[in-house]
Design a protein around this ligand. Structure first.
Ligand code: ADP
Ligand code: MG
Length: 394
């Protein structure tokens, strides 16, 4: 899960990282009110989307840039009006862009230089990776490619906190000395603490600006939380839905179903993530495109199957459904019953291909045959994929 900038900044503030005063608004009027309360001028209005590159982005309504400097609360209101409810396209969103539902209104900082700072995983070395650069800001991706020596990297063993000497060494490598070194080390240690405390996989400040008085400010923040740790990051759960744009995906999270929306027309319901991946591969081989990845889980019960069905059917692009169940621990007769029950409430108006195999498959088949459900039975995975794709071609 990617936190929006305003939410990421809340976490940084809690750890004592200096962030320019800001507020977050869902309406132009609320943006105006925040602007009136902020003392310093000019002000900055920033579109809140779960992707970077906003500064150089473009709105579909023609507005240039998702980060705008404004001179007055009136101007903040006008800009917020044009941002909220519009789609912002950046180098990181894909051409479909992302809908802006909130804007951040912040005091502006008189920047003298921009620093890049991040902590992430390095899977290949089983350690954490600190990255920093004196050439931070909106061009950092370009610098990483064209001038990689401008980026300082340091691998540290994962530990509860960063040692002082590690933080100082990193700051020295970045060329800081004296008071600035002390302050940068403190910020880095706080960023590290944020990373560990919230089960993040990325904590990035870009830019960490230095103002004319040589004071640091985190002007942008990107924090990615490991979804598998959300069960113990309860206070972050509230942020979960604001960055998910696919209605099926957000419903799946609520129902505890593993679902990822894709752009094909074959709805897949499979038990086990590996089998779900294999099903998508084989569909692809036969020239079909899956509409989704859906793993109902190894121990799915009837309500889980019903939830999965409801989520599948709410996708209007579907033209055929493929159910692929391999009963290991899961019994095929229980699954067959669950399918029959689920289709009573959510009757599909499109063809259904079912492949069942494994524990108590005979009993499962009998249950399906004795029901009023219309479906096509497949003998194996290949047969199932071929049949599903044939429906598409009809
Ligand atoms: P993104 O990384 O998505 O483009 P940023 O928040 O980093 O968005 O903003 C882009 C640039 O806008 C920053 O590199 C910085 O130069 C400027 N900027 C952002 N926030 C402020 C602010 N509060 N005061 C002054 N300049 C800012
Ligand atoms: Mg940025």
């Amino acid at each position: 899960m990617n936190l929006l900038e305003y939410a990421a900044k809340e976490l940084l503030v809690k750890e004592g990282i200096p962030v320019a005063q800001y507020g977050v608004a869902e309406t132009p009027e609320a943006a105006f009110d925040i602007a009136c309360k902020l003392a310093k001028r000019p002000l900055v209005v920033k579109a809140q989307i779960a992707a970077g590159g906003r500064g150089k982005g473009r709105f579909l309504n023609g507005l240039e840039g998702g980060v705008k400097i404004c001179q007055s609360p009136e101007e903040v209101k006008q800009i917020a009006q044009r941002m909220i409810g519009s789609i912002l396209v950046t180098a990181q969103t894909g051409e479909q862009g992302q809908l802006v539902k909130k804007v951040l209104v912040s005091e502006s900082i008189d920047i003298s230089s921009e620093i890049y700072l991040s902590i992430s995983y390095s899977h290949s070395t089983a350690s954490l990776l600190l990255m920093g650069s004196r050439a931070g800001g909106v061009e950092i991706e370009k610098i990483a490619v064209e001038n990689p020596q401008a980026i300082v990297k340091k691998f540290v063993l994962p530990d509860y906190s960063l040692w002082d000497f590690q933080a100082r060494e990193f700051g020295l490598d970045l060329g800081f000395r004296g008071k600035e070194l002390v302050e940068l080390s403190r910020i880095l240690k706080s960023l590290y603490k944020t990373f560990v405390k919230h089960d993040a996989s990325l904590c990035e400040i870009n830019p960490l600006a230095m103002d004319r008085e040589r004071k640091f400010w985190a002007l942008d923040a990107k924090i990615t939380i490991d979804d598998n740790a959300l069960f113990r990051q309860k206070e972050l759960l509230a942020y979960r839905y604001e960055t998910i744009y696919d209605p099926q995906e957000s419903e799946a999270i609520r129902s505890g179903v593993n679902y990822v929306g894709l752009d094909g027309q074959i709805g897949c319901m499979v038990n086990g993530a590996g089998l779900a991946m294999a099903t998508m591969d084989i569909l692809d081989r036969f020239g079909g495109r899956p509409a989704n990845f859906l793993d109902v889980g190894g121990g799915a019960d009837q309500s889980q199957v019903e939830n999965a069905f409801r989520i599948l059917l709410s996708n209007r692009n579907l033209r055929v459904i493929l159910i692929n169940i391999f009963g290991g621990i899961m019994r095929c007769d229980l699954i067959a019953e669950a399918i029959v029950e689920a289709t009573k409430t959510h009757r599909p108006s499109i063809p259904l291909v079912i492949r069942l195999e494994g524990t108590r498959v005979k009993e499962g088949k009998i249950i399906l045959e004795n029901s009023s459900l219309e479906y096509l039975f497949a003998d194996d995975l290949e047969d199932a994929a071929r049949k599903a794709v044939q429906f598409l071609k009809k």
